[in-house]
Design a protein around this ligand. Structure first.
Ligand code: F6P
Length: 364
């Protein structure tokens, strides 16, 4: 009996369960495979006793439309930085990667499928360098991985963000207000830009294009000719003013490689008022609503394609790669290539031209 271990790591994302289900369903069409799942990313393997579950067709029945992950996840710690509390209460981290690989081997596990975003795939690549049989499956609502055309979860996130714009338009128009909708997007403005185009916003602020307050004011005013009007601003959480810094709620959560972003929309509302904007301004922060809940059909399909492909790669011994979507095919790229660079909005991007063509201001 060959055993494969499935792990979900990093922030959750609509479609994770559809990947897990597809791996299990595809494996059940072959003889002699058992699929195991580690609870809470790699923590399930690292804990004593281990928290590992058997994933069979019964376990995964009907989970393709459930949000979250039945395996649970975490975006703190991991095999290279296992958090340990010291007697004085402070935290340090310990590298447990070699110990973990030995544990995986001693359990008779052939290899691992690691479903996760950029941080998780960097872990995949380091484990590959240490000799572990591993396959990555890309996951992020931000869609900021350059080695794949798109990731599951992204369509669900932009649907949620677009519906939010649609709702804000009606209340903004009724009250002659400016609304600022803060959406996710740490380094990349894809969610913001897609929602701005789909929802018909006037202003879109993204991490890749630092904004100038006077330009934002100008576009707002253009919407209030004759006194009445309204304006919708969609702003990615990672957007920042030219010469300024990102808005953070917290510098570092213990064990998390990222600062916790948040506060941009409120800061912008404040700055606009300070700069003399007399219109009534309201702020909506969409937050984790973009990540939770039922995946849209597109994401379920992409996730299912990724899961089937990941199992087939494992069964044929194609380790050390990440599943990737290159329209119209699901293919694979070597892990070092998969993590080389993020996918950010570039000046030449077609959707950026479309947005500008529609009159959307990026505050530049
Ligand atoms: O990477 C996806 C993402 O949604 C980012 O856009 C966001 O900054 C981050 O996750 C928030 O993650 P959490 O609150 O779970 O730490």
């Amino acid at each position: 009996m060959k055993q494969l271990l499935v792990v979900t790591g990093g922030g959750d994302c609509p479609g994770l369960n559809a990947v897990i289900r597809a791996i299990v369903k595809r494996s059940s069409r072959e003889k002699d495979w058992r699929i195991l799942g580690s609870i809470e990313a790699f923590n399930g393997i690292l804990r004593e006793p281990e928290e590992i579950v058997i994933l069979d067709e019964k376990t995964v029945a009907g989970i393709h439309f459930q949000g979250g992950t039945i395996l649970q996840t975490t975006n703190v710690g991991g095999p290279f930085a296992w958090p340990e509390q010291q007697p004085d209460g402070s935290w340090t981290t310990r590298d447990r990667s070699v110990e973990m690989i030995n544990k995986i081997r001693s359990l008779g596990i052939e290899g691992v499928i690691n479903i996760g975003g950029d941080g998780s795939q960097r872990i995949s690549n380091r484990l590959r360098e240490l000799g572990l049989n591993i396959i990555g499956v890309p996951k992020t609502i931000d869609n900021d991985l350059s080695a794949t055309d798109t990731t599951f979860g992204f369509q669900t996130a932009i649907q949620v963000a677009t519906e939010a714009v649609d709702k804000l338009v009606t209340t903004a128009a009724s009250h002659n207000r400016v609304f600022i909708l803060e959406v996710m997007g740490r380094d990349a403005g894809w969610i913001a830009m897609h929602a701005a185009v789909a929802g018909g916003a006037e202003i879109c602020l993204i991490p890749e294009i630092p904004y100038h307050l006077d330009k934002v004011m100008e576009r707002i005013e253009s919407r209030f000719t004759g006194g009445r009007g309204f304006a919708i601003i969609v702003a990615a959480e990672g957007a920042r003013p030219a010469g300024g810094s990102v808005s953070a709620i917290q510098t570092h959560e213990a064990g998390n490689e990222h600062i916790r972003l948040g506060g941009l929309a409120n800061r912008l509302a404040h700055d606009l008022q300070q700069a003399g904007c007399l219109h009534s301004i309201r702020v909506t922060v969409l937050g984790h609503l973009q990540r939770g809940g039922v995946p849209v059909a597109y994401d379920r399909i992409l996730a299912s394609r990724f899961g089937v492909k990941a199992f087939e790669m494992a069964a044929s011994g194609a380790w050390g790669k990440m599943v990737s979507y290159r329209h119209p095919e699901v293919t694979a790229v070597p892990l070092p290539e998969a993590i080389r660079e993020p996918k950010l909005v570039k000046a030449a991007d077609d959707l950026l031209s479309t947005a500008r063509g529609l009159g959307i201001s990026f505050g530049d």
